[in-house]
Ligand binder design. Structure first.
Ligand code: F0G
Length: 459
């Protein structure tokens, strides 16, 4: 019989950390979480999954279901509920949790029609405690930060990682340093980091510049790095894939479609699907496809121009600020997942993503701009024949609609200017989805006239 993580306070260490390129196993980790031998990224590998001692898939499924009925903090977390396939903490009770995960799957009937598929679902990771998928990885990595006795944690961010880190650091009694590009993150995200009490530094550079500055800081000060180069982050982010499979009664979808920025998330989801197959929890994996904005498309160009052999970096520019990244850290991990799951990478224009975002809203779900690239990308994948109309498809919506209200309001008012497109062209392409507010005199007659006019227009 395989091992399972019991309810005892401690469990034996079940993992090692090794380099994704040269395979070197690291007993001690460098401050930047890179391989000391070749400089590439590290990943968590489970040491007791071979030689007949791997967890039993039937037991795992039962245990994970049972824990859903438990009120214990670890079981109530949609991340730690899957702790049997996470790296073990020395003491489970030291996990810092905000009841993350447990996010819904929604049907998107209008979006399905618009994309040309029979059925479409979204796993909404924006329904996490701080409004983005980052919480699932943060709960794990910050728990390791505290286990390693760090007082300070830090990240460079386009806004969501920083919001999440600030919240979890506050919960764990740690101090947090946020390094963000000045003027290039959404207000909702900035306001969160302030409210959760982070030291928030807005640098006059872009995300890639923030990463460079932070890289020097961690070498000069004892501070724990919480960007997605930290392999423990990706372990937590894996659980969204496991939870998704569980919600689908372990029926594997044909396609999972994910936005691509720093490329940690698709790497994490891919690792989870491949691990679930390896353990026999499922018999196949979905194709994982990554969608980027045209103005921040390093992975797209790396695949199409260099056949994945070397990274093409770009000067990123998109209004989907969450994925405004030109030099993604996890590009090699991401390529491995694309290859192992036979997925693909696509890019979409600012107009395509704006239309898609409004369509996701019109299905009563909503998301932030970066998440909407998934629907825009799906439309292209259907047109190219990569996705067939009868395929089962899940979009991963990564951030909540309230993260970036400025984008949404400007869009609907017709005030949005996007990079690389004339305003007139953009407005013509998005006119059908725009729903501007109507300013009227305070009379029932005026409001009813507006109602009738709308009914006549919509038919
Ligand atoms: N969607 C949202 C809403 C994000 O915030 C991010 C990344 C992504 C997609 C892309 O995920 O980087 O794993 O490929 N946001 C990071 C941040 C970079 O700092 O919040 P990825």
């Amino acid at each position: 019989m395989g091992y399972l993580q019991t309810d005892s306070a401690t469990a034996a260490k079940n993992y090692c950390v090794r380099c994704i390129s040269c395979g070197e196993v690291h007993a001690a980790l460098a401050v930047d979480f890179r391989c000391l031998k070749c400089g590439d990224l590290l990943e968590v590998k489970f040491i007791n999954w071979s030689a007949g001692s791997a967890p039993d898939p039937v037991e795992l499924k039962l245990l994970w279901r049972e824990r859903r009925a438990s009120n214990q903090a670890l079981d109530a977390s949609g991340v730690w509920r899957f702790r049997d396939v996470l790296p073990t903490l020395d003491d489970w009770s030291s996990a810092i949790t905000l009841r993350e995960g447990n996010t819904p799957i929604y049907d998107l009937p209008r979006c399905a029609r618009s994309a040309g598929v029979d059925h479409l679902r979204a796993k909404h990771q924006g329904m996490n405690p701080t409004g983005s998928f980052k919480d699932t990885g943060m709960t794990v990595a910050i728990s390791f930060a505290r286990q390693n006795k760090f007082h300070w944690v830090a990240c460079a961010s386009t806004g969501n990682t920083s919001a999440s880190m600030a919240a979890y650091a506050a919960r764990g009694g740690m101090r947090s340093l946020v390094v963000i590009p000045d003027g290039k993150i959404a207000w909702g995200k900035l306001s969160q980091s302030l409210d959760y009490g982070a030291l928030t530094c807005q640098l006059r550079t872009d995300f890639d510049g923030c990463v460079r500055v932070l890289d020097e800081i961690i070498r000069r000060y004892p501070i724990y790095l919480l960007n997605s180069v930290n392999p423990f982050r990706l372990e937590g982010q894996k659980t969204a894939a496991i939870e998704l499979l569980e919600q689908l009664d372990w029926q594997v979808p044909d396609h999972v479609i994910v936005p691509g920025g720093n490329l940690g998330n698709n790497s994490a989801l891919g690792k989870a699907f491949l691990e679930m197959k390896r353990l026999g929890v499922v018999q196949s994996v979905p194709r994982i496809s990554v969608i980027q904005a045209e103005g921040a498309n390093p992975l797209y160009r790396t695949v199409h121009e260099k056949h994945g052999r070397e990274l093409v970096t770009v000067e990123a520019d998109t209004l989907a600020t969450a994925i405004r990244i030109g030099n993604p850290a996890s590009w090699r991990k991401s390529l491995k997942v694309l290859q192992a799951t036979e997925g693909c990478v696509e890019q979409v224009s600012e107009a395509e993503l704006a239309v898609a975002k409004a369509e996701i809203g019109a299905d009563g779900v909503g998301c932030e701009p970066a998440s909407a690239v998934t629907l825009a990308g799906l439309k292209k994948l259907v047109k190219s024949g990569f996705v067939r109309p009868s395929d089962s498809v899940v979009l991963v919506l990564t951030g909540h609609v309230l993260k970036d209200p400025e984008y949404t309001i400007k869009f609907h008012r017709g005030d949005l200017s996007v990079p690389r497109m004339e305003d007139e062209t953009f407005h013509a392409m998005t006119a059908q989805q725009r729903k501007a507010p109507v300013v009227l005199d305070a009379s029932a007659d005026a409001v009813l006239r507006a109602l009738v006019a709308e009914e006549e227009r919509d038919g």
